[in-house]
Design a protein around this ligand. Sequence first.
Ligand code: NAD
Length: 483
Amino acid sequence: MPIDRAHDYREEAMRIGGERDVGDGRRLEVLDPYMGLSVGSVPLARVDDVRRAMTIARAYRPRLSRHERAEILTRAAGAVVARRDEISALITAESGLCRKDSLYEAGRVRDVLAFGAAAALDDDGRVFSCDITPHGRQRRVYTQRDPLLGVIVAITPFNHPMNQVAHKVVPAIATNNRMVLKPSEKVPLSALLLADILYEAGLPPPMLQVVTGHPAEIGDELLTHPDVDLVSFTGGVAIGKYIAGRVGYRRTVLELGGNDPLIVMDDADLDEAAALAAAGSYKNSGQRCTAVKRILVHEAVADDFTDRLVERTRRWSYGDPNDPQLDMGTVIDDAAARLFETRVDEAIAQGARLLCGHRREGALYAPTVIDRVRPEMTVVREETFGPVSPVLRFGSIDEAIAIVNGSAYGLSSGVCTNRLDVVTRLVNELQVGSLNVREVPGYRLELTPFGGIKDSGLGHKEGVLEAMKGFTNLKTYSLPWPT
Ligand code: NAD
C-alpha cells in the first residue's frame, strides 16, 4: 500500500523525558486496516517505563510565560499546516480513515493549537470588590488559575488519532502542566508525530511524554500512580466506568460514547435533512462519538426522507482509504466491521428493513440504511460505532423526546426543523450535552464547551477553554483595597 512517508514511521519510539527510548526490544506492530500491512511499530512499555515518565514529569516545574506557551503552540500550528499532507497520510495509514477525513482532521488539529495559543494569552482571573454588603470591607478578592501540583494522565481513543490527542495536550501546555499521554494502541504513530511537532516548536519534553503499549499491562499504573493528579480519558463507556472505579481520590474527566439522534420533523427541508443524515452517519467512517447513530423521522415524511437518504448513501463512495477522491475508507479493523454486520443482521431478523449497503470486505463496510428500526434493537440501543443509518419513525414530538431520553447515552443531538416551539422544547427537555438545529450533532468549534451526560461523560467538559479550567486549580487571594 502506498504510504507517503516524508518521515519513516517503521521504527517509532516512546518519548520519555524527550528521549527516543527504544525500550528493551518488545514492540507493537501497527497495521493498516485496509491491506493489513505494517505501518510501523512502537515500543511496548512496561510498568517501569510508566514510573520513569512519572518521575521525570513530577521533578519538572514548567515556568513558561504566557507568551512562550502561545509561541510554541503557534509555531506548532504552522508546522501542522506545512506538514498537512504527511499528517493526513499517516492518519490514513494507521486508521483506515480516507484522505478527505484525515485532511480535515489535520485542519482541526491546527485549530486546537491556534485556539490554545490565543487562550494561553488570556488571563481569565476575576476581581471581586468586598465593600458590597453592609458588613463588607475595603478589600478585593482576586482569582488565579494554577497548574496542577501533580501529573495529568491522558488516555485517548482510536477514532481521531491526532485530534483527540491535541484536545488533551494543548490545554495542558496552555496551562503550564505536565502530561503523560497513552494514545490508543491501534493508532499510536499520529500521537508521536504531534509530540515531535511540539518539541520542534520548543516544548520542553518533560511537559509531554508519550508512553505506548498494551493497556492491560500499563493501564493500572497510569491510573493509580501516586504522582497523578488528574486522569483525562476519552473512549468507550466500559473502560470509562472501569477507570472511574479505579482512580480513587483524584480528579477525573471521562468523555465516553454517544448514541446521537438526528430528529427530522415534518416541516424539515428533506434534502437538507438527508444530506445531514448521510454526512453525520458516514464521515470519519461513522466513527465519531457524535456521529448520527439514530435518525428519528416524523412518520408523515418518513418515506420521502428515506428515499432521499438512500439516494445519497448510494452516492457515498468508499474503498481504498488512500484514494483522495473517495468519501470513506475502512473502519478501524475487521472485528469492528463484523460487529456492525452482526447487529444489522439481528435488526433485520427482528423486522427492520434493509434499504441499501450492508456489504463487508475485511474492514470495509458499506454505508448502510435500515428502516423501521425500533428503540430496543441492539443496533440503536448500544453505540454502533460505524457507517450505519438506522431510521426510527415517530408520530409526535413527545414520542421523539421519549425515544431520545430512553437511551443510556446523552452526548449530542441534531434537529431538522424551523419551528421555534419544537426547538425550545428540545433544548429544555433532551437529556444531552448539546443540540444543533439544522446541523449534525457533531458540529462544534474546537474552542466551545463539549461533553455529554449520563453514560456519555462525567467531569469537566472539553473544548480548549473548558479543558484549561479542568486542568487548573482555582486559587483566590485578597488584598486590602481602600476605595
Ligand atoms: P476504548 O475505550 O476501547 O479505548 C480508549 C483508550 O482506553 C485506549 O487508549 C485504550 O488503550 C485505553 N484503555 C483500554 N483499557 C484500559 C485500561 N484498563 N486502563 C487504561 N486505559 C485503557 O475506546 P476506543 O474503541 O479506542 O474509542 C471509541 C470510543 O470512544 C467510542 O465509544 C466513542 O464514542 C468514544 N469517544 C468519545 C468521545 C467523546 O468526546 N465523548 C470522543 C471520541 C471517542
